[in-house]
Design a protein around this ligand. Structure first.
Ligand SMILES: Nc1ccn([C@@H]2O[C@H](COP(=O)(O)OP(=O)(O)OP(=O)(O)O)[C@@H](O)[C@H]2O)c(=O)n1
Ligand SMILES: [Mg+2]
Length: 399
């Protein structure tokens, strides 16, 4: 049995929780993604615990707990400033809709629980001694860098069709290959995917798209036809086929959406629609719109100082990132230098405001707004110095 010595603090901090369960006569293990990431030496963001104790028994042992998913057997326990999801060993039944089950069946042993997990590398468990319980050759698949369904792939994908998206997501994040029978089953059952909510599909799509090897994963996403079951991608394989040929993998979510929108040739006035179909937030949509607009501008001409100002640094850097990913030549250094040299970076940095103009005899109204904009343009263009005196002189001149 493989044994890990010197477990990192994120695990050792949870020992008191597992010990308490064990002392009360229950089994308890670390399970799921944290074991996989520990063995791959990847950052571990949260740890999950599986136990033979029923949720009510877990709650009895840990007074500080929250019923996060009691229906699915999950109780969140607070211990020493950290929170842990403790889930009762379970199998799932009643998958008529190919989504998460309405009810779960609790089971008495770990093996039954691991058997219903998605992939062998996610079906590992570990006790507080650091011993790895590997019932489905997950360790060997980790070595071979394979995403392989536990048992029969068709059954796993019928239990939860989102797992097909998780397969390509893990390919990208971990830089793994999809085992051939598992891949065949994705191809065969890809049309179950639209049964899953767009939000859940989107989260996996974004993890795939921003993972370390999204180009290879995207190829499988296309080859298996998973792409036909996500919003606005159906029938667009020829345009999307460019993605695996990109120069770089996107690492930011904003870049990913901008790249997709550019590849799909979505017109400006339909970007909002597209982003809404994917249930993206308004903030994400606004940012992506600005990036695509600046990208379009950069492909045609060199932007003016005022256009650089209007875009702002964040959008500029993000647009340069998009151009790099697409292999579109841009003189990023010159653009950033020009941005850095702008006399002001934000409206608030202008030496004058509306109040100043009113104090200088300009009446409040639309005209005042126009004059303020003119001053801003002159200052950004470097034609008027950003001081109250210089702006005053300029005003005297134009009146
Ligand atoms: N559709 C799913 C989702 C999850 N799981 C199981 O539940 C564990 C935890 O799920 P989750 O946190 O969603 O995924 P992780 O594998 O932990 O990946 P991440 O690093 O993204 O959290 C998985 O490892 C897997 O054993 C599953 O079998 N089927
Ligand atoms: Mg997890």
């Amino acid at each position: 049995m493989k044994k890990i010595n010197n477990l990192p603090p994120i695990f050792t901090a949870a020992f008191p929780v597992l010990d308490k369960l064990n002392e009360a006569g229950y089994e308890a293990y670390f399970v799921g993604g944290s074991i996989r990431d520990l063995l791959l030496k990847r950052p571990i963001h949260d740890i999950d615990i599986a136990t033979s104790a029923y949720p009510a028994e877990v709650k009895n042992l840990f007074p500080k707990s929250i019923d996060t998913g009691i229906k699915h057997g999950t109780v969140t326990v607070l211990n020493d400033g950290a929170s842990y999801e403790i889930t009762t060993f379970r199998t799932e039944s009643g998958y008529q809709d190919f989504r998460r089950p309405d009810h779960v069946t609790f089971v008495q042993n770990l093996a039954e629980d691991l058997k219903r997990r998605d992939f062998t590398i996610n079906a590992l468990a570990m006790n507080t001694k650091g011993e790895i319980i590997d019932l489905f050759n997950g360790l060997s698949d980790l070595k071979k860098r394979l995403i392989k369904a536990v048992g029969d792939p068709a059954t796993r994908f019928h239990e939860d069709a989102l797992r097909m998206m998780r397969a390509v997501r893990f390919m990208s994040q971990l830089d793994f290959k999809l085992e051939s029978k598992t891949k065949k089953a994705v191809s065969e059952f890809h049309d179950l995917l639209p049964k899953i909510s767009v939000e859940r599909i989107r989260d996996e799509f974004v993890k795939m798209g921003t993972g370390a090897n999204s180009r290879a994963a995207f190829q499988v996403f296309l080859d298996t036809e998973l792409s036909e079951g996500v919003p606005d991608f159906a029938g667009k394989k020829d345009l999307l086929a460019i993605y695996p040929q990109l120069k770089f993998n996107p690492s930011m979510e904003t870049s990913l959406w901008a790249v997709i929108i550019i590849l799909l040739k979505i017109p400006n006035n339909e970007i909002g629609h597209f982003m809404r179909d994917w249930k993206n937030s308004n903030a994400m949509t606004e940012k992506v719109k600005k990036i695509v607009a600046l990208f379009d501008l950069l492909s045609e001409k060199s932007p003016s100082d005022f256009e650089l100002f209007t875009a702002g640094k964040d959008i500029l850097l993000n647009t340069i990132d998009v151009a790099h990913i697409l292999g579109q030549p841009v003189n990023s250094e010159a653009l950033v230098d020009r941005y850095t040299a702008l006399p002001i970076k934000a409206d608030a940095e202008l030496a004058v405001d509306g109040q100043f103009l009113i104090a200088n005899g300009i009446k409040p109204g639309p005209k005042l707004g126009q004059i303020l904009l003119l001053i801003k343009q002159k200052v950004i263009a470097g034609e008027v110095e950003n001081t109250q005196e210089a702006i005053q002189d300029y005003l005297n001149q134009i009146e």
